[in-house]
Design a protein around this ligand. Structure first.
Ligand code: FMN
Length: 196
């Protein structure tokens, strides 16, 4: 609960800063009463090893949303994902925050969606670079975005706020991170807690 409140305050502050630049939008209070508007919804996710994919599929099924997987143009091998190796692909991407890995294909009829559930694994406390590639390539104007993540043990942290800063548009809710790889019961409990 404290996690959501902290996130909400941080994102609200970011929203205020950004609206001062005339480009972005708002944020809710960060309370548990997250308001998800009516309208066509989609689950957009990136998953390297299947945990976020499983959570995304649960959310899509439970909410009747369409689903889209962000698929890297160059797939991540096991060696690429080795975060113990400072020379691995993920380590390089982590060190150079300007890297934007390409993805293949794109969401069809993006403009039709009012609600976007945006899912990713937590990498070093943040969303992977490829999620930024997607986020920076789309306008979230008029959309409500609900970040969700899976991790071993880390919280969502600033990852949603930082994606919001990159997106510059949309109403971003505090979101949730499912630790332990994302147990389906936790995902279902969260979905049911979101207010319509
Ligand atoms: C490069 C990398 C960095 C990671 N960093 C963290 C981290 O900071 N905190 C954490 O709890 N888990 C971390 N993990 C574990 C993943 O967040 C976790 O296994 C997640 O559920 C994977 O989701 P996926 O199967 O959808 O890729 C990391 C994994 C990788 C590959």
């Amino acid at each position: 609960m404290w996690k959501k409140a902290v996130m909400g305050v941080a994102v609200a502050a970011a929203a205020l800063t950004m609206s001062a630049c005339g480009s972005a939008s708002q944020e809710n209070s960060g309370s548990a009463a997250e308001a998800v508007p009516e309208g066509k919804s989609i689950v957009v996710y990136y998953s390297a090893t299947g945990n976020t994919k499983r959570a995304a599929e649960t959310i899509a099924k439970e909410t009747g949303s369409d689903i889209y997987a962000i698929t890297p143009k160059v797939p991540y091998t096991e060696a690429d994902l080795d975060y113990h190796n400072s020379a691995s692909r993920v380590s390089k991407e982590h060190k150079d925050s300007s890297i934007r890995p390409a993805y293949t294909g794109d969401v069809e009829n993006w403009n039709d969606y009012k609600v976007v559930y945006l899912g990713y694994p937590i990498w070093w406390g943040e969303a992977p670079a490829i999620v930024y590639t997607f986020t920076e390539h789309h306008s979230f104007e008029g959309k409500t975005v609900i970040p969700f993540a899976t991790s071993y043990s880390s919280p969502l942290g600033d990852s949603g706020e930082n994606l919001f800063r990159a997106a510059k548009t949309g109403t971003w809710l505090p979101g949730e991170c499912f630790t332990g790889g994302g147990k389906t019961d936790d995902v279902l409990g969260w979905i049911h807690s979101l207010k319509k």
